[in-house]
Design a binder for this molecule. Structure first.
Ligand code: 5GP
Ligand code: ZN
Length: 112
């Protein structure tokens, strides 16, 4: 999608601090980190949110989780939280599927 912020990051039109990239997905550090380690994993294709995952595109969501396991290992992170906000009320501000990976501090439950 041409006006999507994360599609622009995928295309390199907006710079990002990449932590991992392959043909299907990209991981980059969040511009406003909420933990000592905070990166986002996104599919390169535009999927609006977790609510738009279907049998046709779920393989890429699964791949994002492979990437989360790989990158956290590479960073030496064993304890972490994965969050995907779906919809404005849940706190989604960028309508392109992304998984937040947060680590390096104690986490509270339930989340706010
Ligand atoms: P959401 O609020 O949709 O769950 O998460 C969107 C995330 O994208 C936020 O944590 C926000 O800080 C991050 N973000 C917004 N704009 C940019 C940007 O231009 N670059 C990077 N690296 N992160 C961004
Ligand atoms: Zn997009």
């Amino acid at each position: 999608m041409s006006d999507c912020l994360f599609c622009k990051i995928v295309k390199g039109e907006i710079p990002s601090k990449k932590v991992y990239e392959d043909d299907q997905c990209l991981a980059f550090y969040d511009i406003d980190p909420q933990a000592p380690v905070h990166f986002l994993v996104i599919p390169k294709t535009h999927i609006a949110s977790c609510g738009a995952i279907t049998a046709d595109n779920s393989a890429i969501a699964a791949h994002c989780f492979e990437v989360i396991a790989k990158v956290t290992k590479e960073l030496g992170v064993t304890d972490f939280r994965v969050v995907s906000n779906c919809g404005e009320q849940a706190g989604q501000s960028v309508p392109h599927l992304h998984f937040h990976v947060l680590a390096g501090r104690d986490m509270t439950w339930p989340p706010g």
